[in-house]
Design a protein around this ligand. Sequence first.
Ligand SMILES: [Zn+2]
Length: 403
Amino acid sequence: MSDFRAGPADRRDFTVRCAECRAAASLPAYRCDACAGPLVLDLAEPSGTTWPDGRGIWRRGPLLPRGRATVTLGEGDTPLLPLSPSGLPTGVEVYAKIEGQSPTLSFKDRGMALTASLAVDLGVDGLALASSGNAAVSAAAYAAAAGLRCAVFCGTGSRADAKLAAARAYGAQVHVVDGDYSAAYARATQAEADGVINVTTTYRNPVPAEAYRTIAVEIHEQLSRVPDVVVVPVGAGPLLYGVHAGFVDLVRLGLTDGVPRMVGVQAAACAPLARAWSSTDWRAALAEPSPPGATAATAIADPLRGYEREGLLTLEAVRASGGRVVAVTERAIGEAVRNLARDGLLAESAAAAAVAALSGASLGDVLRPGTTVVALLTGHGVKEPATLEGIAPRHGVAQREGG
Ligand SMILES: [Zn+2]
């Protein structure tokens, strides 16, 4: 499934630097040598958005960092569908970007396709990562496609049995770690070694976020314009960061005047970014210990413990866009899952959180008539059996009564 053709010349040159002190680094690297800040990629100006041929994210080569190998399972080009969530003012147009239709049923595939490709370029043998489940399935699939080993570290708190079974089926070695996502993150950093790249999809590895630029360009093409608001479920938030960077690319290319307000959504039970957003000192707020509560939205339940500075990258992107970070209740998430299922869309709880945010008061002043909103439905519900069981009885009863 992998294709090792040399990439066309117009992918973007890049450098790696510290997000905070700007000191230079080179891949693979995970932290600034000077200040231990998170690393980011600086890409050269884009020459365009799209090549005439190619598929999915690879058709958007002019947006992507330069590389040679192409490891692909057909990721990208997901549908954008109109939604009619209840409780919104008349005249607000809502669309859902269905990332659950990716090869392993979550948006992570865009990031893993790019990261596995650059891993092949670097000549490594294996990938290792912390995951709450979706990234594990995705990394396992792309490692298999690239002929690489894959080691997954997943916290018991992520309750990801179905996702981990899929990762094992792709041939990954799965390590279940006692604790939450941050406990798994710490274990994955210990696996960083010669020949093994840590592809943890917080900002630990700076590469995956770059692939999410392609989502912005797809939305722009599908709507024939840039929406006013884009709502993104966030753990650490590299998805939001990457999508925002893609909209900035569109501005640089003169294809639009401004970027959408980027709205990050967290589950109230584990919301370090939402809490920091509403404080005056982000750094101090992120450093405050806050034991996470239980949430159905396991895919975004990231306490950021031990890597708080990564969260600043997301908050900066939100601020640059004029957006905000909000938190939604478990009840609102559950309702959104059920309502989406009634519309034919099975979303995992973290994905449904994006839709749940639309009906809350926290966006009331933003969602005025004439506003166009895109919610990223980040992952498919079929990998989350507990959520399916939670919504199934109501449908089951209705079917018996009606049939
Ligand atoms: Zn630094």
